[in-house]
Ligand binder design. Structure first.
Ligand SMILES: O=P(O)(O)OC[C@H]1O[C@H](O[C@H]2O[C@H](CO)[C@@H](O)[C@H](O)[C@H]2O)[C@H](O)[C@@H](O)[C@@H]1O
Ligand code: UDP
Length: 463
């Protein structure tokens, strides 16, 4: 079997104890690569100041070799905070109003992709299969091809792909589309994303759909496919059961006392709909006074991308909003919202999910959302909680047993919270089983296998 080389911006650096940072990509890829073995190349998360980064650091752990590079301050600013997270991220999440184009940042993005290609190429053997992940690295295949690499190269986009009218507001949309055409397989989370991508090719006559999932554009033929990312379902379910004996989880359970727990877990990101969700919770309590003092809403929200101004501003907004609602609704013996602004380990999260009578996952737009899947996997089959899920999360295409909501509709979301808390046991069990069966069948190993099979059977680019 060919060796697998994974490239992603974010890598769970093993010298931090191998603990994946909060973020679904790192969590999922670690599971996938542990199963397969190979090389994982990416950013170390560190800056070299303005000095040229040292040569790649290689670390071996189990069957994975991590190849990590630092980036200069300028690179981090222009490529990661600048173009990736202030242009591509908002555009792909339909937030044209937040995109901040700058020629310097765009140039930095393409420059860092070239830099990654130059660092990666010497590690690659002719029969390696290369799997590139996410919006940070779209131009990587074009750079590798320019250097003469003829390997099979696949790309998976973890975030949504927007419709043509949204994408084309980005000045370099042509280069981005061209970049994708250099892969042999381009994977998306949902059918909606793939449809949008096909629409972008059609709109300006850039490319054609050839049938059988194949596309032609810019003189190349490649496959476009749907590969909804999953979790290690069976292992996570087991993990959640055991987590109830964890000290922190036990303390949380005792502190909740007789109240019902509603839980939300999201990076602090405007795409996650946290402020709308807090509004909906407030509306739910005001509309259901009997619930006062009888529910606790726990919102776990690690800081994320704090150097980007929109994210920094959100830290204040959400903290103030949670404080205001607590001030307005709380009582001497009841704090309605417990807001935690730091990362919690997944072994604890698993137990907290299991305590949650309601899992609130209400992003305004999300590629997939692994929290939704983890919440379901963590439930007690005999007394499962209810998932309230945004119809705009990729996970909504998979989790048919959830209560689907439109997160912009505050009253609708508030009503769904009330419905979830009063749902009869039989209905909860039925809904949960539909979702759990799906998650067991479509776990992260299946995701990885499906993508790599398609890549292995794609036409050989070396001719
Ligand atoms: O690396 P960061 O800038 O700290 O951000 C964390 C990750 O966020 C995004 O995750 C996405 O991938 C998940 C798994 O496929 C998916 O469930 C979620 O909907 C996406 O938002 C981002 O795409 C990753 O590159 C980041 O590492
Ligand atoms: O305090 C936290 C918050 C989140 N996560 C993990 O981070 C991932 C978040 O992935 P998701 O797909 O929901 O969203 P993303 O952050 O990637 O956009 C999930 O595996 C969570 O378990 C974590 O380990 N600790």
């Amino acid at each position: 079997m060919s060796r697998l080389v994974i490239v992603s911006n974010r890598v769970p650096v093993p010298d931090k104890g191998g603990i994946a940072p909060a973020g679904g990509l790192a969590v999922a890829l670690k599971v996938a690569l542990e199963e397969h073995g190979g090389i994982w190349m990416g950013w170390s998360g560190r800056s070299s100041g303005e000095n040229e980064p040292e040569p790649l650091a290689q670390l071996h752990q189990g069957n994975i070799t991590y190849a990590l590079t630092d980036l200069t301050d300028t690179d981090v600013g222009e490529y990661y905070h600048g173009f990736a997270n202030r242009v591509l991220w908002p555009i792909c999440h339909y937030r044209l109003d937040l995109a901040e184009y700058g020629r310097k940042e765009m140039a930095g993005y393409f420059r860092v992709n070239r830099f990654f290609a130059h660092r990666l190429a010497p590690l690659v053997r002719p029969d390696d299969v290369i799997w590139v992940h996410d919006y940070h690295l779209i131009p990587l295949a074009a750079e590798l091809r320019q250097m003469g690499l003829k390997n099979r190269i696949g790309f998976f986009l973890h975030i949504p792909w927007p419709p043509a009218d949204v994408l084309f507001t980005m000045p370099v949309h042509e280069e981005i589309m061209r970049g994708l055409s250099h892969y042999d397989v381009v994977g998306f989370q949902t059918d909606h994303d793939l449809e949008n991508f096909a629409g972008c090719l059609r709109r300006e006559g850039i490319g054609d759909e050839l049938g059988g999932g194949r596309f032609s554009a810019y003189g190349r033929v490649f496959k476009g496919g749907i590969y909804a990312i999953g979790i290690e379902t069976a292992a996570f379910a087991e993990f959640a059961k055991k987590a109830l004996t964890n000290k922190t989880v036990r303390k949380a359970r005792e502190s909740i006392e007789h109240r019902s727990l509603i839980i939300g877990v999201d990076r602090l990101d405007y795409s996650k709909g946290i402020t709308q969700r807090i509004d909906a919770f407030e509306r739910f309590i005001l509309a259901n006074p009997a619930q006062q003092g009888r529910v606790t809403y726990l919102q776990i929200t690690p800081k994320s991308r704090s150097e980007v101004p929109e994210y920094e501003a959100m830290q204040r907004t959400v903290a103030e909003q949670a404080g205001r609602v607590n001030g307005a609704l709380g009582a001497v013996d009841w704090v309605p919202i417990r807001y935690i602004n730091r990362s919690v380990g997944r072994h604890i999260l698993a137990g907290l999910y299991r305590l949650g009578k309601v899992g609130l996952v209400t992003p305004l737009r999300d590629g997939m959302n692994l929290v939704a899947k983890e919440y379901v996997a963590a439930q007690d089959p005999d007394d499962p909680g209810v998932l309230v899920l945004s119809r705009f999360a990729g996970a909504a295409r998979d989790l048919k047993g959830a209560l689907l909501v439109n997160p912009y509709d505050i009253e609708g979301t508030a009503n769904a919270m009330a419905r979830a808390l009063s749902m009869p046991l039989e209905e909860r069990k039925d809904r949960w089983k539909t979702m759990m069966d799906h998650l067991l069948e479509h776990d992260v190993s299946r995701w990885c296998r499906d993508f790599l099979n398609d890549l292995a059977t794609s036409p050989d680019p070396s001719g």
